[in-house]
Design a protein around this ligand. Structure first.
Ligand code: SF4
Length: 249
């Protein structure tokens, strides 16, 4: 249990988490995300969404699923053809390799179906705990706390955990967020992280949960930005670093 009860002038994390969720709920009623029609499509879409926007993934998946409608077809696909179809999502060679390997495993071990529990899901190539929790929560309505970069960052800024390790963040949140809200709470933090609590410049002045947030680490970001700006404008003439010569000839 790592409630940050020492956060000055604010109630403990356990007491703030429900009001935080309640205030974010009307802003992000439904998690905007990936388009899919079944667990197989969601699994493939989530693998493609690594380092890529959901919007971009949603643009390419209709053609992909029209060509390969199930794990059986993808398990036997030509890797070059798959690479071309998933190319717009970036890191396409790796993603294509993982998707095909994942489908081969599903065909061999699970009859071509997506496993319905965390332990089996994480044995599939390209499926980590975060991906598995998204699939369980959205496709099988088995809630899990999904921890991506936004959820981790916001949880620390909000003083809900001190951990940086995603599994520890997941366990810490699972202790304080009501189970019925696990899936939605993660989705709301992700949307809030994309729209308001931005990584480099959080918009605290526009934030509906500002009075519930100790803004841990935010002051440091502003100071860092100031120092950077100062370094750029304050350098007296002649003291700026000369541009580095390229190593290439
Ligand atoms: S108050 Fe600032 S740091 Fe806290 S959640 Fe809102 S934007 Fe993020």
């Amino acid at each position: 249990m790592d409630d940050l009860t020492s956060v000055p002038k604010l109630p403990p994390a356990r007491d703030r988490v429900v009001p935080i969720n309640d205030r974010l709920a009307p802003l992000y009623p439904e998690f905007e995300g990936l388009n899919y029609e079944n667990p197989f499509q969601l699994l493939v879409a989530v693998i493609l969404s690594a380092q890529c926007t959901d919007k971009r993934v949603n643009l390419l998946t209709p053609a992909l699923f029209a060509r390969f409608p199930s794990a059986h077809e993808l398990a036997e696909c030509d890797i070059k053809e798959l690479e071309q179809l998933v190319k717009p999502s970036g890191f396409y060679k790796n993603k294509a390799k993982n998707i095909r390997a994942c489908c081969v495993e599903m065909v061999l071990r699970f009859g071509g179906q997506v496993p319905t529990n965390l332990d089996d899901l994480v044995t599939l190539p390209g499926v980590g705990r975060k991906t598995a929790n998204v699939i369980l929560g959205h496709a099988f309505e088995t809630p899990g706390v999904t921890v991506d970069t936004h959820v981790g960052r916001l949880s620390r800024r909000l003083g809900l955990t001190r951990h940086r390790d995603p599994v520890k963040v997941e366990l810490a949140l699972a202790e304080i967020v009501p189970q019925a809200e696990w899936l939605h709470f993660s989705g709301r933090l992700i949307m809030h992280g994309r729209k308001v609590c931005l990584s480099r410049k959080p918009r605290c002045e526009q934030c509906v949960i500002a009075d519930l947030c100790p803004k841990i680490g935010v002051k440091g970001l502003a100071e860092k930005r100031k120092r950077k700006k100062g370094a750029k404008t304050d350098s007296p003439p002649g003291t700026q670093r000369a541009p580095r010569k390229s190593a290439r000839k």
